[in-house]
Design a protein. Structure first.
Length: 247
């Protein structure tokens, strides 16, 4: 080995690799992304038994390593946690450190949504997919401006069109919404306030589906009665006029 070449020590555990990947990633990593990375590195050097060992890690083993990192961070109180967000995992600073972070980064108070915007966003989150007319019937005021603002913030998006007259747009929340409020999925909305329960998406979609007209069976041409049951039915034909005799 050349004198100027530095030997990189091998990782001691799967937990160590997972922690490094999560720290260096620019987005929340899923278990499958971590697993794919382990396999890709092992494929680059088939002769390395250590790499092959890590590449054989199951999704459950990777998830256990992630949970181990999260527990260790929580125990040591380093000022940041490992959280699950929209199906992926990432590091996030603890709220208690927010004042010092804003000072370090020269940021003012975080942007806050107005009360009308929060009310509109809450209606969309708990009753999506939902149309503007439904929002307005709940709030009692026009929501065009609020919907436009929330879309510009990428907190909501158009998820389809209703089958009802006019075919209005239907709105729902985005991954940015989950990120903004620290939610891993929409099911956690029910845990925020037990008095508010998210509507079932299947029921909401059914509201905006156009009902198909029921096809009633055609009535028989000749209805059977006890008197005619089993009797041959008359043929439906027109009688030809008799030929007139010559005078």
């Amino acid at each position: 080995m050349p004198a100027d070449e530095v030997k990189i020590p091998a990782p001691k555990s799967l937990q160590q690799i997972v922690g490094g990947l999560l720290f260096g990633a620019d987005h929340p990593l899923t278990v499958e992304e971590i697993r794919s990375t382990l396999k890709a590195v092992a494929a680059s050097d088939p002769a390395d038994d250590t790499l092959q060992l890590f590449a054989s890690s199951s999704p459950r083993e990777i998830r256990d390593a992630i949970l181990s990192v999260a527990k260790e961070l929580s125990r040591l109180e380093f000022g940041f946690d490992l959280i699950e967000l929209n199906g992926g995992f990432r590091f996030q600073t603890q709220p208690a450190c927010g004042r010092w972070l804003r000072c370090l980064l020269h940021q003012d108070r975080p942007n806050r949504l107005s009360r009308p915007a929060l009310e509109t966003l809450a209606i969309i989150a708990y009753r999506q997919p939902i149309s503007k007319s439904e929002m307005e019937s709940i709030r009692g005021v026009a929501v065009d401006h609020m919907v436009k603002s929330l879309m510009e913030l990428h907190l909501i998006r158009i998820v389809g069109r209703s089958d009802l007259p006019g075919h209005p747009f239907l709105y729902g929340t985005t991954a940015t919404f989950l990120n903004h409020f620290g939610l891993s999925n929409l099911k956690e909305l029910n845990e925020l306030d037990p008095t508010l329960q998210r509507a079932k998406p299947s029921e909401r979609r059914a509201i905006h589906k156009k009902e198909k007209p029921s096809e009633e069976p055609a009535e028989p041409l000749f209805a059977e009665t006890p008197e005619t049951y089993g009797q041959p039915k008359p043929e439906n034909r027109t009688e030809e006029p008799e030929n007139e005799k010559p005078a």
